[in-house]
Design a binder for this molecule. Structure first.
Ligand code: KG4
Ligand code: ZN
Length: 352
């Protein structure tokens, strides 16, 4: 019989629950976005996020079970995001999972949110280990070599902002709303990517890490030059978005090509995380992979941004290996690097 897991995700601004089978069947996948609550602040407010998770998480778990036509009796286990993320929200999900696991006598697995993203392509297609992973989200920008669940080698990280964070900041600057990535991508479609000569930070020989803060400052200065009475005209904003998106894409490709050169034996390249929903980035990565005779894989859009199906799947990967569930005293983690042995990256706001 196929093992079936409930997944729960509450680490940022989406409350999500999903029922997934070990046969890769997504039996249900429900999500409550908090975008409306945070939009007025143009960013996620941790306290508001945690309270919203409290209000919605049990409703979503019930909905996920109902849509799958199941009760907790039909489950083989529970997987929940236990970090990294906004600690209040992570605690809400983790406590919920522990409570359901305890009363239902089910094993539960405390999953690293980044591992959920990292293994997500395997939920929808054949994606054998090892692979090179470009993990690009609101909180992270890393290149990892993935050798299996729990086995990651970090080759690159950001020394300041994450790629998604950079998109969000440009959107805030131009008054495009939150989340910024999709809004910048939309506007960039009608823009001229050549118009602004924006910097490609750290693009130099031997450098593996990312940096986006200089790019952000350059975009800010351009926006200030363009603004008339504090407003940037639509076409100017579109050109700036397109140029900014091109600069980010260039940086991603530059570091990924270096990683591919370091690991010629790895023949698959995967991208995951919210920014992997960006069409221009996806297609440029696909071209790069083809140039290096690598197979390119990216999860479908719904699986790129935060969701609970990827968390359920990561739990199922551990379950299939025969790993026992976690203890009820497992603590929520605000920081939780996938490769704890990686050398710290120099910089002001180092991301794990
Ligand atoms: O993985 P995710 O849903 O949450 C985190 O774990 O951070 O990623 C959210 C990030 C946000 O910064 C959002 O602006 C960005 O992904 N994003 C995009 C696009 N869709 C979402 N960035 C660029 N282009 C997109 N189409
Ligand atoms: Zn995420």
């Amino acid at each position: 019989m196929t093992a079936v897991f409930l997944g729960i995700e509450t680490s940022c601004d989406e409350t999500a629950a999903s029922i997934v089978g070990a046969d890769k069947s997504v039996r249900s996948h429900v999500l409550a976005s908090q975008v409306d609550l945070h939009q007025v602040y143009a960013g996620v407010v941790p306290e508001i996020a945690a309270r919203a998770h409290v209000d919605t998480v049990s409703v979503l778990v019930e909905q996920a079970l109902a849509e799958a036509g199941m009760t907790t009796k039909d489950l083989d286990g529970i997987a929940v995001t236990a970090g990294p993320g906004l600690i209040g929200g992570v605690m809400v999900g983790l406590l919920t999972a522990k409570a359901i696991a305890h009363v239902s006598a089910l094993p539960y697995y405390a999953i690293n949110h980044l591992e959920g993203h990292a293994l997500s392509p395997r939920l929808v297609e054949d994606c054998p280990f090892p692979y090179l992973l470009l993990l690009i989200s609101g909180g992270h920008c890393q290149i990892l070599r993935v050798d299996g669940p729990g086995h990651y080698q970090r080759l690159s990280t950001t020394i300041d902002d994450a790629a998604g964070e950079a998109f969000d900041k440009l959107a805030k600057l131009l008054g495009l709303g939150y989340p910024g990535g999709p809004a910048v991508e939309r506007l960039a479609k009608t823009g001229d990517a050549q118009r602004f000569d924006l910097p490609r930070p750290l693009k130099r020989k031997g450098e593996m890490n990312f940096s986006f803060s200089g790019l952000k400052t350059a975009a800010l200065l351009s926006a200030q030059d363009l603004a008339v009475d504090g407003v940037v005209a639509e076409q100017d904003a579109a050109d700036l978005c397109a140029s900014f998106q091109a600069a980010i894409t260039d940086s991603l490709i530059d570091r990924l090509e270096k990683a591919a050169a370091m690991m010629p034996e790895v023949k698959t390249c995967v991208t995951a995380g919210g920014v992997a929903a960006n069409d221009v980035i996806r297609s440029t990565l696909e071209d790069m992979a083809a140039r290096h005779a690598m197979t390119f894989k990216a999860p479908p859009l719904w699986l790129c941004t935060d969701n609970a199906a990827m968390i359920a799947w990561a739990g199922l990967e551990y379950y299939a290996q025969g790993r026992p569930g976690d203890a009820l005293d497992f603590k929520a983690k605000a920081r939780w690097p996938l490769d704890p042995g990686a050398a710290p990256a120099p910089g002001a706001g180092v991301k794990a």
